[in-house]
Design a protein. Structure first.
Ligand SMILES: Cc1ncc(COP(=O)(O)O)c(C=O)c1O
Length: 261
């Protein structure tokens, strides 16, 4: 696809400014939707942290993509752009009471929880409102990724998620909480990922954990949330303006073993 870069039009614009190629964004969204639709059950969410420009969010929301948020401000930006609350998920290690409360009041789909104290805070705020909060436990899979060492998120040394060896204990706690409904597991191994083997390694860990939960507790969780997304080819950005979503979705479809439902 030909990139649009109208240098002449920039001559009279005050600097600095951001220039977004909306046609490329739309072509990217079309590719994502087409490739995801080849398989059953994929839901794509856009990480609002990448860019929360309201006009871009509206285009992304109109394409039917959900939102992956890491702050109350991002939850609000997603809702303002028209993302339905049932397509909003909220991760992050430092959720404040105010952010949790606004997300409960908006009725977001799921909190991707990172610790037991956070689950306790959500339980308390949900109880005050007489609602049940849906959660997915963010598990630190201890899976490395071929990216810059400062943007890996899924190694034991990273601050994110609960240790996968402690998952069982955390579920025991969740099961005592009447205003929390566990609906899934969440994993994120890093940003700017380009090597499919990283996703395969994650799938292997998830398969193992699902098997353990099934054998140990008879538990099958209906939502498996995975990240990061595909990175930008900074070496050849013009040659590969759209990431290889065909390989991305095929990798998950071929390697993630999902239980029925
Ligand atoms: C929960 C969560 N979602 C999304 C992202 C962004 O991921 P990516 O850059 O792969 O889109 C991150 C990055 O750390 C994250 O932790």
């Amino acid at each position: 696809m030909k990139m649009q870069f109208p240098v002449e039009a920039f001559a009279n614009i005050e600097t600095p400014f951001y220039y977004y190629d909306v046609e490329l964004l739309k072509a990217t969204l079309d590719t994502v939707k087409r490739e995801a639709a080849k398989y059953e059950g994929f839901h794509v969410h856009y990480a609002i942290k990448a860019n929360f420009n309201p006009r871009l969010l509206e285009i992304i929301s109109n394409a039917g993509i959900g939102a992956d948020c890491v702050s109350g401000g991002e939850v609000r930006a997603a809702l303002n752009a028209g993302v339905p609350a049932d397509k909003v998920v909220f991760a992050g290690v430092g959720k404040t009471d105010k952010e949790i409360a606004l997300s409960l009041d908006a009725g977001i789909f799921c909190f991707n929880v990172e610790s037991v104290p956070e689950i306790e805070a959500i339980e308390c705020l949900a109880a005050e409102r007489g609602v049940v909060a849906q959660i997915a436990i963010r598990v630190n899979p201890n899976v490395g990724a071929h990216t810059h060492s400062n943007i890996t998120t899924g190694l034991a040394e990273n601050k994110f998620g609960v240790n996968y060896e402690q998952l069982d204990e955390v579920i025991d706690v969740v099961e005592t909480m009447p205003h929390i409904k566990l609906i899934g597991l969440h994993f994120h191994i890093g940003s700017q990922l380009l090597v499919m083997d990283d996703f395969i390694a994650l799938c292997c860990r998830i398969n193992e954990l699902q098997e353990l939960l099934h054998e140990g507790r008879g538990m099958v969780l209906p939502h498996i949330n995975v990240g990061g997304g595909l990175g930008i080819r900074y070496d050849f950005p013009d040659k590969y303006p759209i990431p290889d979503f065909e390989a991305y979705f095929a990798t998950y479809a071929n390697n993630l073993k999902l239980f029925p439902g």
